[in-house]
Design a protein around this ligand. Structure first.
Ligand code: ZN
Ligand code: ZN
Length: 101
């Protein structure tokens, strides 16, 4: 119960973070740096428009890197889902919008 509650609180904090002006600005900065291209597709020699900005080191574990542009990478939804599936082997998160994670 306690753990679940804490987890819920953490998610709430993260959702709040994604609505902050600081994040919106930093997110844009990362997208511009990456030319609005998915960096994972680019690595594989394909072009795809970036749909979201991903935290390389997870926000929950490294809150101090939340606004560090070196910790951000632009991804399309497909690559983003794949990356998180790799990270979280037990659950398969579905990203319904870009403001998650
Ligand atoms: Zn991609
Ligand atoms: Zn992510």
């Amino acid at each position: 119960m306690v753990v679940r509650f804490k987890r819920y609180e953490a998610d709430k904090e993260i959702n709040k973070f994604y609505k902050t002006y600081k994040w919106v600005k930093k997110r844009k900065e990362a997208l511009i740096r990456d030319n609005f291209e998915c960096q994972e597709c680019k690595r594989q020699g394909r072009f795809r428009h970036a749909d979201c900005v991903h935290h390389i080191k997870e926000l929950k574990q490294y809150p101090e890197l939340a606004l560090d542009i070196n910790n951000l990478t632009s991804l399309c939804n497909r690559c983003h889902n794949l990356i998180h599936e790799k990270h979280l082997k037990t659950s398969k998160p579905k990203f319904t919008n870009e403001e998650r994670w």
